[in-house]
Design a protein around this ligand. Structure first.
Ligand SMILES: Cc1cc2nc3c(=O)[nH]c(=O)nc-3n(C[C@H](O)[C@H](O)[C@H](O)COP(=O)(O)OP(=O)(O)OC[C@H]3O[C@@H](n4cnc5c(N)ncnc54)[C@H](O)[C@@H]3O)c2cc1C
Length: 373
């Protein structure tokens, strides 16, 4: 079977991986010299903790298994089962963590509620102030800036895999057939468009009423911390963004403890993970209204720096990088991803939202199974 994968972000990379693993001939086409979208700009969090129970959690847990297996075969992905700590600073926040522990699926996530001393035993860098910590043992991390490159280097070892960078797919010209901007035509048994948050142009022509929206986030990365931060870290504002925490305790938190004004204005939460070089990737904001800002704003960064310094009990290292990224998110919260046959032999897979890095291996596995690869 011949498969054309369009897009070299994590979703495209995982589809190419699945197809090559199953013995098919794969051509992967990327508009840029290398992917430059959400897949490189994210935290690299393989985030199980906040997933909605049911299909979303099952997808994340399966994906985490697949990431771990991939990490064993491709060590340069930087896979590590680091777990996460969500730090709570009030009784109302703690009640949300306790409600999470009471979930029927708490054990498969590896949730535990830790005292500050227990949290420091797991992550000694957290010397600051907090009342308790929700530990999620199943959370993990990879290195987003290099993961796609590492996967590709492995794929290129197969004679069945070809990477064509610097080509934009412009047109579907027949069943399983696309034309790129060089005028070259690529024929296959299946084309999978993994074109991320680029929802205009070809994607708009093929699927004009896509139930997907775009979301923009601000991020930053520090110089090396100078010590290990063994787990990922979140603040309790993250409870407000992840479906796993919905319920009466969260309603009480939202009614009784508004977010700090900057956090509310920019729909923020703290997520933080240490990079392989020792720096910290810290975010994030959520912007939904178009047109998106073309610049990054300082207020959210100052807010995040304050929260992190409170948890670490020390000043942050110098900020080395700031950037923004955009992901595509299904507007139907019941769907993990939007997978649609858009023409004969052509499928579009987009909209995994803020869980695309986490879920991509399992999303690609499902596509491969559904298409009978
Ligand atoms: C700041 C930020 C932080 C995030 N953090 C996390 C996280 O920690 N954990 C998590 O699970 N998820 C996270 N996400 C979400 C995750 O990054 C995305 O869901 C995921 O990367 C989407 O991957 P993708 O391959 O669909 O898209 P992309 O990475 O955007 O890749 C799409 C590729 O397709 C190419 N392309 C588009 N059109 C064409 C065409 N016509 N022809 C050829 N090539 C084309 C583009 O150039 C691009 O390289 C985050 C997202 C952002 C923005």
């Amino acid at each position: 079977m011949r498969v054309t994968v369009v897009g070299a972000g994590v979703v495209g990379a995982m589809h190419a991986w699945q197809a090559v693993e199953r013995g098919h001939e794969v051509v992967q086409i990327e508009r840029e010299a290398e992917a430059r979208g959400a897949s490189l700009r994210n935290f690299g969090q393989i985030w199980v903790s906040g997933r909605a129970g049911g299909e979303e959690l099952e997808t994340a847990l399966r994906a985490r298994e697949l990431w771990e297996a991939l990490g064993a075969r491709v060590p340069a992905l930087g896979f590590r089962p680091n777990g996460s700590l969500t730090l709570v600073r009030s009784g109302l926040e703690r009640a949300v963590a306790e409600a999470a522990l009471a979930r029927a699926d708490a054990a498969v996530r590896g949730y535990k509620l830790l005292t500050p001393a227990e949290a420091r035993a797991v992550n000694p860098a957290l010397r600051g102030a907090y009342e308790a910590a929700l530990y999620c043992e199943r959370d993990a991390a990879v290195e987003p800036r290099t993961a796609q490159l590492a996967l590709r280097a492995q794929l290129l070892k197969s004679p069945n895999y070809t990477f064509l960078p610097g080509r934009e797919v412009r047109e579907v010209t027949g069943p399983g057939t696309v034309r790129d901007d060089h005028g070259d035509v690529h024929r296959a048994d299946a084309v999978v468009l993994c074109t991320g948050a680029w929802l205009g142009g070809l994607v708009k022509e093929l699927a004009p009423d896509l139930p997907v929206r775009r979301v923009r986030l601000q991020m930053m990365q520090t110089d090396p911390l100078g010590e290990a931060l063994p787990t990922s870290v979140a603040d309790a504002d993250s409870f407000r963004y992840y479906p796993a925490y919905r319920g009466e305790s969260l309603d009480r938190l939202e009614a009784g403890q508004p977010q700090a004004p900057t956090a509310a204005a920019h729909r923020m939460q703290l997520l933080m993970v240490q990079r392989a070089d020792g720096g910290l990737t810290i975010g994030d904001t959520h912007e939904y209204e178009h047109p998106f800002a073309f610049d990054t704003l300082e207020d959210p960064y100052e807010h995040l720096a304050g929260v992190v310094e409170g948890f670490l009990g020390r000043p942050l290292p110098r900020i080395r990088r700031r950037w923004a990224g955009v992901y595509a998110q299904c507007t139907d919260p019941g769907r993990v991803v939007h997978r649609q046959q858009v023409r004969d032999g052509v499928w579009l897979v987009t909209g995994p939202g803020g869980r695309g890095m986490t879920c991509a291996p399992a999303i690609a596995e499902t596509t491969a199974n559904e298409l009978g690869w």
